[in-house]
Write a protein that binds this ligand. Structure first.
Ligand code: SF4
Ligand code: SF4
Length: 343
């Protein structure tokens, strides 16, 4: 099987996007060399990682609360795992051992904060599917950051895709993710994970610890109140359906103007960002100035630039928007009869 046959199979199984990263490259460029999330730590025989993308249906980002996105997230993840599993089975049937990475699990021997055995964002970038956004989600030209990714590790040597060198994120002059963030967690091509978790993991593991502390230290009355509290019910729902335990906050995904899904269904709904403040605008201006002056920004250092896009932003979103509008016009023209063909 060659790379194109594998990719076609993944698409036939339902992948929205698919790319291939070489294990050799992933081993050479771990996201953080101090804590290397590399295929060789998982399996020395892995030669290629097939990266599969499932997009989150965009209508959920138009709902009045984040619950719609949380529920869709759970279904997208289940479906994506099935696609990856079937792909691994198909590869094995052809004589190429393969297995699926645990996409959403934390490796407890590492940083202990949403730090998996492999970083799926970096897998996607190495497989040529996108580049980092200001909030360090992967942005794909097709669906922006509104996606999930997983990887199938295989012994099969496949031709890898080329990493994108053009920055997909509009960058500091956009900063819409920064403006929308309720906990001000967006850094300069970085993220304050602890602050993000307050909203994104309302009923996640770290959020549960202080509640259990209060329970253990509390008197009988406190324990009784806690057991009937919204918190405990939230954790229960999280255990049942993952809802609330991660991916809880949709804001930076909803407002990102990258992707035709945004142009088609979100631009009007998300035009105004109610969370935008003067302080956030000043912060974005500071980022812009720092980049212009070549200040020492850790998110933009020599190591990280690989994933940001070393060529910088060259207007990919504007080009995409023009193409999108041209297609829309053509569609409308086809629908509206001209005086000539109406006669
Ligand atoms: S998920 Fe929410 S809290 Fe986290 S960075 Fe995005 S907007 Fe901020
Ligand atoms: S909202 Fe703007 S700045 Fe933020 S990731 Fe998307 S394109 Fe980049």
């Amino acid at each position: 099987m060659d790379a194109e046959a594998v990719k076609q199979l993944a698409r036939d199984l339902g992948a929205d996007l698919v790319g291939i990263a070489s294990a050799k490259t992933l081993n050479a460029f771990p996201p953080d060399p101090l804590w290397p999330q590399t295929p060789d730590r998982i399996s020395e025989s892995c030669k290629s990682v097939i990266v599969i993308v499932s997009r989150i249906p965009v209508a959920a980002f138009r709902a009045k609360s984040g619950v719609a996105v949380q529920y869709m997230d759970m279904m997208v993840l289940r479906r994506m795992d099935k696609i990856a599993y079937r792909l691994a089975q198909a590869l094995e049937r052809e004589g190429h051992p393969a297995f699926v990475t645990a996409a959403q699990e934390t490796d407890w021997d590492f940083k202990r904060a949403s730090y998996g055995r492999l970083s799926t964002r970096h897998l996607g970038i190495e497989a040529g599917l996108g580049t980092f956004g200001l909030e360090v989600n992967i942005l794909t030209p097709e669906f922006g950051p509104r996606i999930y990714l997983t990887g199938v590790l295989t012994d099969l040597e496949l031709e890898p895709d080329q990493i994108m060198t053009e920055q997909v994120c509009i960058g500091e002059s956009c900063s819409r993710c920064l403006y929308s963030c309720p906990t001000d967690a967006v850094r300069h091509f970085g993220i304050d994970k602890r602050n993000c978790a307050k909203e994104a993991q309302e009923f996640g593991f770290m959020t549960s610890l202080p509640v259990w502390d209060r329970f253990i230290d509390g008197d009988a009355e406190t324990r009784k109140d806690l057991i009937r509290s919204r918190d405990i019910y939230g954790f229960w729902q999280g255990l049942l359906r993952v809802v609330g335990s991660f991916g809880d906050c949709p804001r930076c995904l909803a407002v990102c103007p990258v992707g035709n899904d945004y142009h088609a269904y979100l631009a009007d709904h998300q035009k105004v960002i109610p969370e935008k403040t003067d302080e956030k605008v000043a912060k974005a201006k500071g980022f812009k100035q720092a980049r212009k002056e070549g200040d020492d920004v850790s998110g933009l250092n020599d190591w990280n630039m690989r994933w940001v896009g070393p060529e910088g932003y060259k207007g990919i979103v504007a080009r995409q928007l023009q193409e999108f509008k041209a297609k829309q016009r053509q569609r409308e023209e086809r629908r509206t009869p001209t005086s000539e063909n109406a006669e």
